[in-house]
Design a protein around this ligand. Structure first.
Ligand code: PLP
Length: 499
């Protein structure tokens, strides 16, 4: 299996794509030939999460042997990296609705599912490509990616990682997770600005010729852990496949019976993995893209127009506060029936005008497989309150957005009696201020004090990663202007060269 760019016929091996992230022409790597309809329940029944991941990855990372893939998977998904031996357990709400819990990894967000495996894929690819330079992972984060990447890469030989996050754009708990990060090969910096600023400034540093030349002289190669990397994206397909198997095993659906999936969406990585699982044969009827007030994507699924010329909002679901979804280009590639010239034009429109539109036919076609919806913060808090009071189940704000979108669809009968699965992307305890507000608990300064209040009424145990976080010292408290990101990167390059 080789990978090609969304913008041209440039074709590379999986190891090259893993190592370099982005194609030379600025496009994203997609499989040269997509493995369509290769999965069936009967082949997957009875398999563990790890075994299912091995099946999924065998279609994409053909550059590694089955034994190598198995080893990497065993290192990524085990009882030290995940708190539940099922890795992604399925929680049943009622006969119509299940929740797939993606938050049992080290940082309590779904990003752990990809970022527990990605460092192994990347270091193996580095070896295969005979790349001797030190890798420097540069990452901009809206909250959860950065922490999951830091945990994944912490003290991994031959790699270093630097993370930038928007100073005011993450939750207090996410901020503590970032500031208290351990590891000799890590740097973390807050920036004044929002996530899109962090991401676009970092992209500029990443592609700057002088900066790259300087890194090269110092024996350092830049790489990315953002969700555009194939090593982030394809591991995520596995949990859609395992969710399907769990649904059948639980009796929620019959073998082959179509179901809907609602995905709280920001950079479009998670939902894209769902689309790939569907293409591989998982009987997903519709993928529902759930947004917060930054509803650029859910608008697209209604109108066929992607229009970034709008106000940016900071919401209760910060990991979805994104206007430029970096994985969306991969989806457009399939909307265009793999026509890279069309993708190139759409991306040019987006760059020139902040806006692009698909044809009416293309819209009708994609609406058979996708829908979009959004809710605001007040509704999000009401959903958290309602689901906790009616079902005793505490949702994080991102998952609550998806739940609210589901409820609105359900009221309108749009699910037509199909079973729905909500992808739950974070543990509620990562977002104490919103949970306190939703449950009408008095506000507090310290996020851990808030968690005590929440625990007092829910009796839900504090997960170990948060227990430990509480007493760790702050290591990274800097906040810099975005114009200074370049010099921050260069100074880390110097430190790596000296080490
Ligand atoms: C990253 C993240 C999202 C958005 O996922 P995308 O793959 O970027 O669409 C949603 N919820 C949480 C908790 C996240 O960390």
């Amino acid at each position: 299996m080789n990978f090609r760019s969304t913008r041209s016929n440039e074709c590379v091996s999986p190891s090259f794509a893993l190592l370099h992230g982005l194609a030379q022409d600025g496009g994203l790597y997609v499989p040269e030939t997509f493995p369509e309809n290769v999965l069936s329940y009967s082949e997957l029944a009875g398999k563990s999460y790890q075994d299912i991941a091995a099946v999924v990855l065998s279609y994409f990372f053909t550059n590694f042997t089955a034994e190598e893939r198995k080893q990497m998977i065993a290192s990524a998904y085990n009882d030290t990296t995940f708190r539940d031996d099922r890795i992604v357990p399925l929680h049943s709400i009622d006969t119509d609705l299940s929740i797939s819990e993606l938050f049992h990894g080290r940082t309590l967000a779904f990003k752990d599912l990809a970022l527990s495996l990605f460092p192994y894929l990347l270091t193996a690819a580095k070896k295969q490509e005979q790349e001797d330079r030190q890798i420097l992972i540069l990452t901009a984060t809206s909250g959860d990616t950065g922490k999951a990447a830091l945990e994944g890469f912490k003290d991994v030989d031959g790699t270093n990682i630097m993370v930038f996050y928007p100073s005011e754009g993450v939750s207090p708990m996410q901020k503590q997770q970032m500031q208290k990060q351990e590891g000799a090969n890590v740097r973390v910096s807050a920036i004044h600005g929002n996530f899109d600023d962090a991401q676009s400034f970092l992209k500029r540093v990443f592609t700057n010729k002088e900066v790259n030349a300087y890194a090269n002289e110092n024996n350092v190669l830049f790489s990315s852990a953002n969700s555009i990397n194939i090593g982030r994206l394809f591991p995520q397909v596995a949990y859609y496949v395992s969710t399907y198997v769990n649904l059948v095993d639980n009796g929620a659906i019959d073998e082959g019976e179509p179901f809907d999936v609602v995905v709280p969406t920001g950079n479009f990585g998670n939902i894209l993995a769902g689309f790939f699982a569907k293409k591989m044969g998982v009987p997903i009827h519709q993928l529902i893209c759930a947004s917060n007030k930054n509803n650029v994507l859910s608008d697209f699924f209604k109108t066929g127009v992607y229009d970034m010329n709008r106000q940016f909002y900071m919401t209760d679901s910060p990991s979805m506060d994104i206007l430029l979804s970096s994985n969306f280009e991969r989806f457009l590639f399939y909307v265009a029936h793999e026509d890279s010239a069309q993708v190139f034009q759409w991306e040019k429109d987006l760059q020139d005008t902040g806006k692009m539109a698909v044809s009416a036919e293309a819209l009708a076609e994609l609406q058979r497989q996708f829908a979009g919806g959004w809710i605001d913060d007040d509704e999000t808090e009401a959903v958290i309150n309602h689901v906790y009071n009616d079902f005793g189940y505490l949702l994080d704000p991102h998952t609550a957005v998806a739940y609210g979108v589901y409820l609105n669809r359900h009221k309108q009968g749009l699910d037509e009696g199909r079973h729905t699965v909500i992808m739950s992307t974070a543990h509620p305890y990562k977002f104490p201020p919103t949970i306190c507000k939703a449950l009408a608990l008095p506000p507090q300064e310290d996020p851990f004090a808030m968690l005590e209040e929440i625990q007092a009424i829910t009796s839900m145990a504090l997960p170990k990663p948060l227990q430990e976080l509480k007493n760790k010292p702050v290591r990274f408290s800097d906040a810099i202007d975005k114009e200074n990101m370049k010099s921050a990167v260069l100074s880390f390059v110097d430190a790596i060269a000296k080490a």
